[in-house]
Design a protein around this ligand. Structure first.
Ligand code: KIV
Length: 263
C-alpha cells in the first residue's frame, strides 16, 4: 500500500473510490488504525471529550493538538494525517491561523489541518492554502459553535446555507470537506455539486467518504448511541471483563502462576 497524499485523497473522488477516515489520538491506536488500512486519520479536537473528559471540545489548546498529533504521525505509515485546529486557534485572523497551522505541520509531520466553517472561514482557508497548508473544511453541525447553537449534534437542514458554506470552502481551496449531521438528501446534493471529496459523519451513505470517532465506533463510550453511530465492537465490555478477571486472580493468588514467573 502506498502512502496517502492530499492529491491522491482528492483523486479518489474522480476514481469513484470511497474514503474511510477514523480519529486517533495516540501512538498505539494510530498504529492499529493505520495498519488496518484507513485512508486518513483525524487527530480530532474530540480528544477534549473522549480523552480529556470535557463536555465540549472548547477547552482544547493548540499545544495539546500538537502533542497528540505528533504521537499519531509517528505511528502512521500510510494514512493521511489531518490535525484539527482547536477553538480560537484560527478564528482571530488569517495570520493567527497560518502561525498555528504552520506549527502543526512543522511540529507533528501531519499532512493537513481541519477547521470548522465555510463562508465565515473562506478568507482564512485561502490564506492557509496560499501558505501551502492543505485544509480540510468542516460544515454542518460545528462542535466549536456549541455555545451559539445550544445543543450537540443538531441535524442541519438549511440547504442554501450548507451549499453556500460548502462552495465557499471549495472555492477557497479546501481539498476535502467534512459534513457533520447533515440530512441525507442535502449531503447527496453537496457531494454531487462539489469537486472535492465530502466526508460524512451523520450525513448518510452518499458522501464520498465517512469518518467516525474511534472510541465511539469501538464501543468505548457505552452511554453514547446516536442514530448515525454503528458500534463495530464492545471494547468497554471486553476491557472491563479482562480487568475484572485480572483483579480477581491477583486477589485469589492464581496470578501470577508458574507459567508467568521466572525460575
Ligand atoms: O474532532 C473530531 O473528531 C471531528 C469529527 C467528529 C469529524 O471533527
Amino acid at each position: 500500500m502506498c502512502a496517502m497524499t492530499v492529491p491522491k485523497f482528492m483523486a479518489a473522488k474522480q476514481q469513484g473510490r470511497k474514503l474511510s477516515m477514523l480519529t486517533a489520538y495516540d501512538y498505539a491506536w494510530a498504529e492499529i488504525v493505520d495498519q488496518a488500512g484507513v485512508d486518513a486519520i483525524l487527530v480530532g479536537d474530540t480528544l477534549g471529550m473522549v480523552v480529556q473528559g470535557n463536555s465540549t471540545t472548547l477547552p482544547v489548546t493548540i499545544d495539546e493538538m500538537i502533542y497528540h498529533g505528533r504521537m499519531v504521525a509517528r505511528a502512521t505509515r500510510n494514512a493521511l494525517v489531518v490535525v484539527d485546529l482547536p477553538f480560537l486557534s484560527y478564528q482571530v485572523s488569517p495570520q493567527q491561523a497560518i502561525e498555528n497551522a504552520g506549527r502543526i505541520l512543522k511540529e507533528t509531520s501531519a499532512a493537513a489541518v481541519k477547521l470548522e466553517g465555510g463562508v465565515s472561514q473562506a478568507e482564512t482557508i485561502a490564506a492557509l492554502v496560499r501558505a501551502d497548508i492543505p485544509v480540510m473544511a468542516h460544515v454542518g453541525f460545528k462542535p466549536q459553535s456549541i455555545r451559539t447553537v445550544g445543543s450537540m449534534g443538531k441535524i442541519q437542514r438549511d440547504e442554501e446555507a450548507l451549499l453556500n458554506d460548502a462552495k465557499a470552502a471549495e472555492d477557497s481551496g479546501a481539498f476535502a470537506i467534512v459534513l457533520e449531521m447533515v440530512s441525507r438528501k442535502i449531503a447527496a446534493r453537496l457531494t454531487k455539486e462539489l469537486k472535492i471529496p465530502t466526508i460524512g459523519i451523520g450525513a448518510g451513505p452518499d458522501c464520498d467518504g465517512q469518518v467516525l470517532v474511534l472510541n465511539d465506533m469501538l464501543g468505548m463510550s457505552p452511554g453514547f448511541s446516536p442514530r448515525f453511530l454503528k458500534k463495530y465492537a464492545d471494547l468497554h465490555g471486553v476491557a472491563s471483563e479482562a480487568i475484572r478477571q485480572y483483579s480477581e486472580e491477583v486477589r485469589s493468588g492464581s496470578f501470577p502462576d508458574d507459567a508467568h514467573s521466572h525460575e
